[in-house]
Write a protein that binds this ligand. Structure first.
Ligand code: DOR
Ligand code: ZN
Length: 342
């Protein structure tokens, strides 16, 4: 069986930097025509100069004639000026990413509370820059499995009341609660859904031994949450679209007493989503989710060209070269039933 899609967009991708780019950009080229690149480098990508230099470093890994465009985002920090935001769109910046301080990988430079940045948000609202949100609270007393729900109630609802015209994306949603909330909002809110949150619940991480390659943030949730995410993804609702949050870490950083969060799905993105949609008997809905709804929300033209997948068994690699080390890709060594063939 073959499946032909419009070349997809990945609206949430970690390409990292330096030696990692050969891996991440090389893999992205085979899966999508555009990717919205996350700015959580060290130091964070929080000036237009940094965005432009980072874009150049990415493009250096895109062979001539390859159909791949990195879409850039800025890191929301205390130092971001209204001036920067006024010029951001003209420089090809689509969005500004808010990492609540301490929420995840490289979020130390993030902003804990947005109150002080309200003038910045007003400018974003006026110029039409999208706010990307890592939607988890970070207070130590809040249970890790409740952090997304708590964020929606305590942070997102008040924020949207203050900035009703600010377009937002709630990134990598993980709960039935988030699905419900996004569905309740008529405009200016959408959500990305990762392949790993569509495929697995928290048992995958914790039952039969702790499996660090399934540790990501927000953390995997219950089966009922996973089912709600699948429902949303295949429903044809334009507010839900593809964002992998593919986030590579070297094997030693994952297989550790204090392992990093992140799943490296980006080497086989579309194979993972195809299996989810097939199991839900909704393969006919994958093209909209992967190549249409995100583009519409970001007001971008659809991509040209096609990506072809075949249903055939292949073995996912055990490891992949990653700079001068290796990484363990998502579902390493497993048999999989879909593969990109052209
Ligand atoms: O699992 C994750 N990894 N979640 C994030 O929010 C960040 C990402 C990373 O950059 O490693
Ligand atoms: Zn991410």
């Amino acid at each position: 069986m073959m499946l032909t899609l419009t070349r997809p967009d990945d609206f949430h991708l970690h390409l990292r930097d330096g030696q990692a780019l050969a891996r991440t950009v090389g893999d992205a080229l085979g899966q999508c025509a555009r990717a919205l690149v996350m700015p959580n480098l060290v130091p964070a990508v929080d000036t237009l100069e940094a965005v432009s230099a980072y874009r150049q470093r990415i493009l250096a890994h895109v062979p001539k004639g390859a159909d791949f465009t990195p879409l850039m985002s800025l890191y929301l920090s205390q130092t971001l000026s209204p001036e920067t935001l006024l010029h951001a769109k003209a420089q090809g910046v689509l969005a500004v990413k808010w990492y609540p301080k301490g929420a995840t990988t490289n979020s130390a430079q993030g902003v804990a509370h947005l109150e002080a940045l309200e003038p910045i948000l007003s400018v974003m609202q006026e110029v039409g820059l999208i706010l990307l949100i890592h939607g988890e609270v970070t207070e130590a007393q809040v249970d890790i499995f409740a952090r997304e729900s708590c964020f929606i109630e305590e942070v997102l609802i008040p924020l949207r009341a203050k900035f009703p015209r600010l377009k937002m994306v709630l990134e990598h949603i993980t709960t039935a609660h988030a699905v419900e909330y996004v569905r309740s909002q008529e405009r200016n809110l959408a959500a990305t859904i990762t392949a790993h949150h569509l495929l697995f619940n928290r048992n995958q991480l914790l039952v039969g031994g702790i499996k660090p390659h399934f540790y990501c943030l927000p953390i995997l949730k219950k089966e009922e949450d996973r089912l709600a995410l699948v429902q949303a993804a295949v429903s044809g609702d334009r507010r839900f679209f593809l964002g992998t949050d593919s986030a590579p870490h070297a094997r030693s950083a994952k297989e550790s007493a204090c392992g990093c969060a992140g799943c490296y799905t980006g080497y086989a993105t579309m194979a993972f989503y195809a299996q989810v949609f097939e199991r839900a008997q909704a393969l006919d809905k994958l093209n909209d989710f992967a190549a249409k709804f995100g583009a519409e929300y970001y007001e971008l033209p659809y991509n040209h060209g096609e990506l072809v997948l075949e249903k055939r068994v292949w073995q996912l690699p055990e490891t992949l070269p990653f700079g001068d080390t290796v990484l363990v890709p998502f579902l390493a060594g497993e048999q999989w039933h879909w593969q990109v063939v052209a």
